[in-house]
Design a protein around this ligand. Structure first.
Ligand SMILES: Cc1ncc(COP(=O)(O)O)c(C=O)c1O
Length: 445
């Protein structure tokens, strides 16, 4: 056997895989590998049960390897493995579009499928530009994001995103992008449960950007209703309403990136419903299939869809899409997932648990290095003081210790610990997650 052939057979050779958003060298010295999962737990190759405090990566909202979803995927693979999405369709893609649209508020009625949150975001940005263009407002080319926002890793999403390490080594990204300020201010908001009272006025910064660039050059504003990846920044009370009003005033499209907040995370199908604010587009991914098969998409309001449905019948209306848009396996998984959410009332469950979740997590206040705790829906963030001259190290060590010593899978944003469990979590498991998180925090004091 050649050494190259031998290498591919070695299960413990970690070298070839360049891991995404990962400290590769630290991982390969002390791997955190999970080999199977069920409900609220992952299992290591040795069979150690790890409590999942992050729903995988904010996606396994129904818990792991749920039988109805597994069975739907299995059956679909045997029935229709792939169908070309351009000029052809298959039954489940239409069914899923209707089901997703039915969960969205108001006239958000048409669904364009992609395969990830990043693709969903780039799709929404392109639809916004094209929408203005075909209506004779082609000068509207600017896209406005927000500092500390995360909208995926493609070029469009990176450009409107506002997390510095994600942007700084990738050159100029898209031209004509500007950013609103982040909504977080520790002095005003520390240790708030839910939406902070302070900060609605920060939406008025959009007026300033309109003054600077002129509304005639601005296509869309994209925000996460709750900034997730930067470490859970709940929207200040009234902020999203104000953003909506300013967008209306100037004919600017408002996009809610609900890749994290969609499908129950904040106790509703979408955060738009929680806040009573109707955006022009909603991007989604993750929870739509409970993370089982990659899928993302954009829900658009009816007038946006209708604006494109012009010209000769045989002509393609939007030159955009992906080979795997609406893949049959993803659609089967999505339909089974939405059924499960409904049968088990998981969105309401998240709402019902929000109070006890918040109270329990806020019990960590007072532990060493805890600077702030934020909770919203079934999400939480705990800011730890960074080590002098080693930003991110304390957070990293807490995550690593949690996995190896306390059988807990945590998520990190720098020195911030982020908790976002599956929505099937029991009250006892809330206690377990918080208790183990506390132990990990003490371990890195
Ligand atoms: C708000 C938001 N948008 C977009 C994305 C990108 O999604 P994906 O990683 O599926 O491309 C994420 C991922 O966490 C996200 O949180």
């Amino acid at each position: 056997m050649t050494s190259a052939a031998a290498k591919t057979l070695l299960p413990n050779d970690l070298d070839a895989y360049w891991m995404p958003f990962t400290a590769n060298r630290a991982f390969k010295q002390s791997p955190r590998i999970v080999a199977s999962a069920k409900d609220m737990h992952y299992y290591t190759p040795e069979g150690r049960a790890i409590l999942d405090a992050t729903a995988g990566l904010w996606c396994a909202n129904a818990g792991h390897s749920r039988e109805p979803i597994v069975e739907a995927i299995r059956a679909q693979a045997g029935e229709l493995d792939f169908a070309p999405p351009f000029q052809f369709g298959h039954p489940k893609v239409f069914a899923l579009a209707a089901r997703v649209a039915a969960l969205a508020p108001a006239d958000l009625s048409h669904v364009f499928f992609a395969n990830s949150g990043s693709e969903a975001v780039d799709t929404a940005l392109k639809i916004a530009l094209a929408f203005h263009n075909i209506r004779g407002e082609g000068s509207r080319q600017r896209l406005i994001g927000r500092e500390r926002g995360y909208h995926g890793a493609c070029f469009g999403g990176t450009a409107v995103g506002g997390m510095v390490p994600n942007r700084k080594v990738f050159g100029m990204l898209l031209a004509g992008v500007d950013h609103l300020p982040a909504t977080y201010n520790r002095a005003e908001q520390a240790f708030t449960k839910g939406e902070p009272e302070w900060g609605a006025h920060l939406a008025d910064e959009l007026e300033r950007l309109v003054g600077l660039h002129d509304a005639s050059t601005i296509a869309a504003v994209i925000v996460e209703p709750m900034a997730g990846s930067t470490g859970v920044l709940p929207p200040p009370k009234g902020y999203l309403e104000r953003l909506r009003a300013i967008c209306d005033k100037y004919g600017i499209l408002l996009i809610f990136d609900e890749v994290i907040t969609g499908f129950g995370r904040l106790g509703h199908a979408f955060a738009a419903e929680r806040y009573g604010v109707v955006p022009d587009m909603i991007t989604f991914a993750k929870g739509v299939t409970s993370g089982t098969v990659p899928m993302g998409g954009v829900i658009v309001r009816k007038p946006i869809y209708e604006a494109f449905m012009k010209g000769p019948d045989h002509a393609v209306e939007l030159f955009h899409g992906y080979t795997y848009s609406g893949h049959p396996l993803a659609c089967a998984a999505g339909l089974a997932t939405l059924d499960l959410y409904a049968q088990e009332g998981l969105f309401d469950r998240a709402k019902a648990l929000e109070g006890i979740w918040a109270d329990t997590v806020h019990g960590l206040r007072g532990l060493p290095n805890v600077l702030d705790i934020r909770t919203l829906g079934l999400t939480a963030a705990i800011d730890l003081a960074g080590k002098p001259d080693a930003p991110g190290k304390r957070g990293f060590e807490a995550m690593d210790r949690a996995f190896h010593d306390h059988d807990l899978l945590l998520r990190l944003a720098g020195d911030t610990i982020v908790l976002t469990p599956p929505l099937i979590i029991s009250e006892a498991q809330i206690g377990e997650i918080v208790e183990r998180t506390g132990r990990a925090i003490k371990a890195v004091a």
